[in-house]
Design a protein around this ligand. Structure first.
Ligand SMILES: Cc1cc2nc3c(=O)[nH]c(=O)nc-3n(C[C@H](O)[C@H](O)[C@H](O)COP(=O)(O)O)c2cc1C
Length: 147
């Protein structure tokens, strides 16, 4: 069984709705175990084959908890190399946060990023939730593909 972590933060619930849909899409693929969490320790990250981060953009940035998590993971030298990484999030006008997360995943942790960041403006509607499900499904399919 391959394991995917969907780790998200959401202050007003929009990225939370996206996270549920991403996880639903990821679970549609046989052989994948998906865990949705609001909080994770650096050590926990290493238990998963793919780490999918949901983060809204506030003040042109990712949230402070997520920064702290990445900083602690770096200090503790947590090995995430070659794990799959992905990021999504709700935004209002600029939407930098998921891209910033992917930069750290790629440049610091040498993770494999296969999907562009998925951005949804404010509250996801039905079409947006379907995009989220497809996003989750693609990540699962990539994980199950023999390399
Ligand atoms: C104080 C504040 C600052 C924000 N700053 C940004 C920003 O810099 N760029 C942006 O795209 N959206 C910004 N937003 C909009 C949020 O990203 C948007 O409301 C999003 O849907 C929040 O997601 P959440 O419900 O998952 O917390 C801001 C919202 C607030 C309340």
């Amino acid at each position: 069984m391959k394991k995917i972590l969907v780790l998200y933060y959401s202050r007003t619930g929009n990225t939370g709705k996206m996270a549920d849909a991403v996880a639903g899409g990821a679970r549609a693929v046989h052989g994948v175990d998906v865990e949705v969490k609001y909080y994770a320790t650096p050590e926990e990250l290493a238990d998963f084959d793919a780490v999918v981060v949901g983060v809204p953009t506030y003040h042109h940035d990712m949230t402070i908890d997520l920064k702290r998590l990445f900083e602690e993971a770096a200090v503790k030298d947590i090995k995430l190399k070659e794990k799959i990484g992905a990021a999504f999030g709700s935004y209002g006008w600029s939407g930098e946060a998921p891209r910033l997360v992917l930069e750290i995943m790629t440049n610091k942790f040498e993770m494999v990023v296969t999907e562009p960041p998925l951005l949804i403006k404010y509250t996801p509607d039905r079409a947006a939730l379907e995009k989220c499900r497809q996003f989750g499904r693609k990540i699962s399919e990539r994980l199950m593909r023999p390399t």
